[in-house]
Every structure is written in structure tokens, then in C-alpha cells.
Design a protein around this ligand. Sequence first.
Ligand SMILES: [Zn+2]
Length: 99
Amino acid sequence: MFPTEIKILEKNFLFLKWDDNTESKISLTDLRRFCPCAICTSESERHHHDYIIVYSEDQTKITSMKVVGNYALSVIWSDGHNTGFYDFNYLRKISSTNR
Ligand SMILES: [Zn+2]
């Protein structure tokens, strides 16, 4: 599964169009919450599942993003966080979980 189009909508959503013509929309807050990098994963494991994470505006704004290695999206957040590589399958999964 590959995206044919990736863009930010209304500064709040990541929009993906897939090669099977389906579309996904993920809010940037959810995208940040599901950051798959080692730092964020261990951070969320430390907390109880009903722990509410509060993000600053910088943490839910994207400075830039690019496709890496044809399998993932690399996102650089406004607070400088840049270790998240979102595998396309993973993006597909978190977008359907939110629906
Ligand atoms: Zn992270």
C-alpha cells in the first residue's frame, strides 16, 4: 500500500490518498500521539493508559515531512522532534483506528 498524495489539510490534518484510491485523514494531534519512535513509545509505556497527554502548539505542528526509503514518512515537528518514521502501513492503521 502506497500513498499517491500526502498533504496537510487546514493545518490540522494529515491527508493521504492511497494507490487503491482510498483516502485517510489523521489529526496532527493523533499523529503526534502515535509517534512510533523509541522515545515516544517508552514515554507512553511509562504511563497508565488513561493518562492524558497535553501537547503544546509546537508539538502538534509540522515543520516539514518527507518520504524515506519508499516505505515511510519522516516528520519534523515544530518543537524539533524528528525521530518519528511513520511506516505507510502504520499510518494506514492509525487512521482507521481513529475513524
Ligand atoms: Zn517520537
